[in-house]
Design a protein around this ligand. Structure first.
Ligand code: ASP
Length: 725
């Protein structure tokens, strides 16, 4: 009897069809009949073979914090335009402006290598829960618990990365209920094959970001290369296209409303396992502060950037990032309120609590754990403002941020590798160096100064228990506009941190050497680094407490659910099952799930961000749709909606049909769905995808990218002469 019950609870349908970012392993726990009824035509084992620990899902790759997918056995990867932006930018100059014009490699030899571009292909997932938990010494306090767990994670990663070209991660699930070692091959030679003009890839810009209706061709095509023997290798002319074992062929017939789709990818972070009170804190304090602090930064960047052409270019990418976070925070606030998400979480917790009380002693530790988590939350609230500001310091003015990074690096590097903060371990140093180098293109002095002044003013306004000592020491305790401006000027006048060559020298220097430079900005950064480091140590105790308490509570929540519960996003590979469908954004409005090329033309105003490039407009206005017309729409579909459960990091995710063919590329969510990070609401849970037929229309009718289309099997005929695509 018991056994049957257990089986029943494992092979079950989720509560809501679209809800859940399922791990590959969990896909096998879902009821196959339910999956079939949804529209999955492949056997779940094809998606994921438990014996091999891989499957079709592994055709989904991680592209530097974004997702992407192999679309050919010859290493072609599709992702978002905004995810490939770095490579496009790298090869752009005023003389050859690929950002504006777009780029098509006519032949393989024309493909453009991306300096920092990497593609990670998942190779294995191993449950390491027992090893991680066994590492915690008997009687460990919370800090010791965290340190032991983190150390074990680092050991597992270092061991795993002994294989060449390997990138590993120990991911924490359900707040510490389980841990998985993710082992990926990192391909280091990644080249740009195709990018649309920015006015297509980013059509609608900030105005349309997080919005529907949408008409954005947010896609780009890369190719991963390997050494001739198939192993990962840095860029070399001798390299050959990577032979992808799993890939998603293009579904040239596209999708229609009601169709089943799966979105696969690497969602970054969600907060559904938080307690209602913890969510309430983010609603009441965190997001409003994001709006406030980042809103101010945006104003500064825009104001100063508008005064200077070079400055405008320098701040462009920072501004784009800040706008995205700022608007996202607004969406979180609107969605939390509108969806009554905190109230719903309170109600859900009350149900679990009542159930647990009825069940008796078994769940008493879970209830106690919840109480303790709530008490922890109280203590965090008290230092919120200070910690928010310290954390924001790394995203605002670049000078102090780089200086404090150099300080932290110097302090950490003298420790044995496994005792350092994860960000400063040997495995990260090349990336860190690269980042400090690339910052150069984002620097713009007037903005630097204003951002630092704004930071100082905020820090000086903090209460007595929340002081930032580095600010008090270098700028005094109270804001005096003139005095602060003079100090900021002096700091930037006397610093070498903004000088690329000097900064790269600092990268290798000890703390004593850095101090001996008597560089005023560096000195401020070094003091800031000490406070950041102390904050992290306090954070360790807190994280240790959470790792002790949250799993207890989560186990009760999961037992109460009685069916598989998808864990919060944590940057690992997930799949979500969905349907193409529209929604009602608000009272009195119905949104259809597809947009078209005619809509692109209709939105064109000739003013940023709605300027359709001439060569696109010419074909669109002539209605040269080719085979990419949707009969029912009588037009080329551009974007479509589905009710997939996605978040940040899912950018570039392949959206595939029940046969495992690519029908689109995910790139955003609708405004009403931004707060799905806290809870899935089927009424507004919609993700935004580029329709594969728009991709093909661009490549075919606009660009005539012959070689690429042949390689994708879309255009008939042998590969172009001299090519072995
Ligand atoms: N636009 C997001 C991203 O950049 C995707 C999302 O948040 O839905 O990852």
């Amino acid at each position: 009897m018991k056994k049957t019950l257990l089986l029943l609870s494992l092979v079950a349908a989720p509560a809501l069809a679209g809800e859940g970012k399922w791990t590959p392993q969990q896909v096998l726990e879902l009821d196959p009949a339910w999956l079939r009824a949804q529209g999955l035509q492949l056997s779940p084992k094809k998606l994921w073979d438990p014996k091999r620990g891989t499957g079709l899902l592994a055709g989904t790759v991680n592209v530097g914090g974004c997702s992407g997918a192999f679309i050919s056995s010859t290493g072609l990867v599709i992702t978002n335009h905004h995810c490939a932006f770095g490579v496009i930018q790298e090869h752009s100059s005023p003389q050859r402006d690929l950002i504006t014009q777009g780029f098509t490699a006519a032949e393989r030899k024309d493909e453009l290598p991306g300096k920092g571009a990497r593609v990670q292909v998942p190779r294995a997932f191993t449950d390491v829960t027992a090893q991680v938990l066994a590492a915690v010494p008997e009687g460990a306090d919370d800090r010791a618990r965290f340190v032991a767990i983190e150390r074990k994670q680092k050991e597992l990663v270092v061991e795993c990365e002994k294989r060449p070209a390997t990138r590993c991660q120990v991911a924490t699930f359900d707040g510490g209920v389980s841990y998985t070692l993710v082992d990926s091959v990192e391909l280091q030679d990644v080249r740009l094959v195709y990018a649309p003009p920015r006015a297509v890839g980013e059509y609608g810009g900030e105005t349309d970001n997080w919005m529907w209706p949408r008409h954005t061709g947010d896609f780009a095509i890369l190719r991963a290369y390997s050494a001739p023997d198939g192993t990962s290798a840095p860029y070399s002319e001798k390299n050959v296209p990577y032979k992808a074992e799993f890939f998603f062929p293009l579904a040239t017939e596209g999708v229609k409303p009601g169709d089943f789709v799966m979105v696969l990818g690497y969602p970054g972070r969600t907060y559904r396992t938080l307690l209602a009170e913890e969510m309430a804190m983010r609603q009441a304090r965190y997001y409003p502060r994001v709006r406030d602090v980042y809103g101010e930064a945006i104003r500064i960047l825009e104001e100063e950037g508008d005064k200077d052409a070079a400055g405008k270019i320098a701040v462009a990418s920072t501004l784009k990032g800040l706008h995205n976070v700022y608007k996202n925070a607004g969406g979180q606030l609107a969605g939390l309120k509108r969806g009554h998400i905190v109230e719903k979480q309170h109600a859900a917790e009350a149900q679990v609590e009542a159930w647990a009380r009825r069940a008796g002693a078994k769940w008493a530790p879970a209830l106690a754990a919840r109480e303790a988590l709530l008490a922890e939350q109280q203590s965090i609230t008290q230092v919120f403002e200070r910690e928010f500001l310290l954390n924001a310091s790394s995203r605002l003015a670049r000078g102090p941020a780089m200086a404090s990074t150099l300080g932290r690096l110097a302090a950490e590097r003298v420790k044995p590798d496994l005792e350092r903060r994860p960000d400063y371990m040997d495995r990260e140093l090349a990336r860190l160096k690269d980042k400090l180098e690339r910052e150069q293109k984002n620097l713009f002095l007037p903005v630097e100064k204003k951002l630092l002044t704004a930071f100082v003013r905020r820090a000086q306004a903090l209460g007595a228990g929340e002081r930032i000592a580095a600010v008090d020491k270098h700028f005094g305790g109270a804001f005096d506009a003139k005095a602060v401006a003079a100090k900021v000027d002096a700091m930037y006048a006397g610093t070498k941190v903004l000088d690329l060559g000097e900064r790269m020298k600092m990268f290798g220097e000890s703390l004593a050497q850095l101090e001996a430079r008597k560089d005023p900005l560096l000195a401020f950064g070094l003091d800031l680094a000490k406070e950041l480091s102390a904050m992290d140590e306090l954070g360790d105790r807190r994280l240790g407490a959470a790792l002790r308490l949250r799993p207890e509570w989560r186990k009760a929540v999961m037992a109460h659910a009685g069916k598989p519960v998808a864990p919060d996003a944590n940057g690992t590979l997930r799949v979500t099952f969905a349907k193409v469908q529209g929604y009602a954004p608000r009272d009195g409005l119905l949104a259809t799930p597809q947009t078209t090329l005619s809509g692109v033309v209709e939105k064109h105003t000739g003013e940023e961000p709605f300027v359709v490039p001439e060569r696109v407009m010419a074909v669109a206005e002539a209605r040269r749709y080719g085979p990419w017309v949707d009969k029912k729409l009588g037009d080329v579909p551009v974007n479509f909606l589905a009710d997939a459960d996605t978040t940040g990091g899912n950018s570039g995710s392949p959206t595939v049909n029940g046969r495992g063919q690519l029908v689109g590329v995910n790139f955003d969510r609708v405004w009403e769905n931004v707060a799905n990070d806290f809870g899935y609401n089927p009424e507004v849970a919609r993700n935004v995808n580029v329709d594969v037929r728009y991709v093909l229309w661009m490549l075919d009718q606009v660009e005539n990218a012959d070689a690429l289309l042949r390689e994708l099997g879309v255009r008939k005929g042998p590969p172009v002469a001299g090519e072995t695509r």
